[in-house]
Design a protein around this ligand. Sequence first.
Ligand SMILES: *[C@@H]1O[C@H](CO)[C@@H](O)[C@H](O)[C@H]1NC(C)=O
Ligand SMILES: *[C@@H]1O[C@H](CO)[C@@H](O)[C@H](O)[C@H]1NC(C)=O
Ligand SMILES: *[C@@H]1O[C@H](CO)[C@@H](O)[C@H](O)[C@H]1NC(C)=O
Ligand SMILES: *[C@@H]1O[C@H](CO)[C@@H](O)[C@H](O)[C@H]1NC(C)=O
Length: 379
Amino acid sequence: MKAGAELFSALALFLLMGAVFTQRPRPKKPTRRPPTTRKPSVPQPAVPAQPEPQEPTDFPPRILGPPSMFPDCPLECLCSPSYPNALNCENRNIRVIPVIPSRAHYLYLQNNYISEVTAEPFRNATEIRWVNLANNRIHRIDKNVFEKIPALLYLYVQRNHLKEVPSGLPANLEQLRLGRNRISKIPAGAFSKMGNLTLLDLYHNQLSDSDLGKNTFKDLKSLMQLNLAHNVLKKMPAGVPSTLIQLFLDRNHIDDIPKDYFEGLTHLAFVRLNYNQLSDKGLPKSVFNISTLLDLQLSHNQLASVPFFNSHLEHLHLNHNSIESINGTLLCPYNMQADFNDLSLVPRLRYLRLDGNHLSPPIPVDVIMCFRHLHSIVI
Ligand SMILES: *[C@@H]1O[C@H](CO)[C@@H](O)[C@H](O)[C@H]1NC(C)=O
Ligand SMILES: *[C@@H]1O[C@H](CO)[C@@H](O)[C@H](O)[C@H]1NC(C)=O
Ligand SMILES: *[C@@H]1O[C@H](CO)[C@@H](O)[C@H](O)[C@H]1NC(C)=O
Ligand SMILES: *[C@@H]1O[C@H](CO)[C@@H](O)[C@H](O)[C@H]1NC(C)=O
């Protein structure tokens, strides 16, 4: 009881002091015209007002940047005088995209909590070349956001919640990263007119064979890198452009490759099909006899024998299959007896992985005799 009374009197004293302090004379305000209508006097509540309720969210509060010398710099962003065309708004707990000033060419918005991309903030941002929206919670990109930004070359939206490929992207785009979303739909014409796109990354989505039409990639006349790894494809994607250099299809459910699939892909150098369901049955005998191919990865499949490959191949990954033997004579792309001294014919294979199969050392002599550039073999 006593302690309670003491606390009460201390509190009373504190309030009294507060009252005294607030009675200090204030600096005189310039005289203003009295307002025409007087506000009705509202009785002051006895309890101090609670702060406004926060929006129901689990997101931490936005992080505001230091004052900027650019008056148009959004509060959440950093605008460096050394890079007047860059807007750094990454890692700042942003939920809504701020108004982008027209001087911005590079826009970094990755690692925030943005859930949709609307046209409003981009109204003046006609010069934008590079937009990084990776690792947000974006489930929607309005159709007309980027349509009117012909300067846009790189659009990174990986690690978000998109369910379909955004439509209305500008024709000049060169790189489009959409990996690690929930995409199971590619609207008709999504990639049409994108004649300059060189990189398309759709890695780790939910695309199945029926989502990829014969014409889906048809207009991508400059495409060099296509990543469709980690989807639910059972078939090789149809109609991939002949300009392709890299084709990544790891972690799908592909169990066969049509005989002439790689015909016409005259630039193809890197093919990855790790973690699929390929067996000898699904591989036509010379399907990988592609003279441009440098790197072929077929690990974690069900192959029982080493597929035939071209003498230009440099790296071959066959680890974790069911291979029981390797016959160098059969695999050798040239005649070891007849052409032994013609070094230009020697196969270029340098690196070979065979671990995780039913093989054990030593490496057969005919393999070593044929593949004389092999300097690393894992068995
Ligand atoms: C766009 O720019 C104009 C002129 O520079 C300016 O008046 C206007 O407020 C800007 N709009 C937005 C949404 O920032
Ligand atoms: C592609 O790039 C070329 C040259 O860089 C350019 O002239 C052209 O306008 C770009 N856009 C399309 C859609 O081809
Ligand atoms: C592999 O392709 C080459 C041309 O690059 C051809 O001469 C050779 O006969 C082919 N080998 C097999 C086994 O298909
Ligand atoms: C490898 O294949 C050749 C040609 O078919 C055959 O003559 C040879 O016996 C095979 N070698 C082994 C070790 O099976």
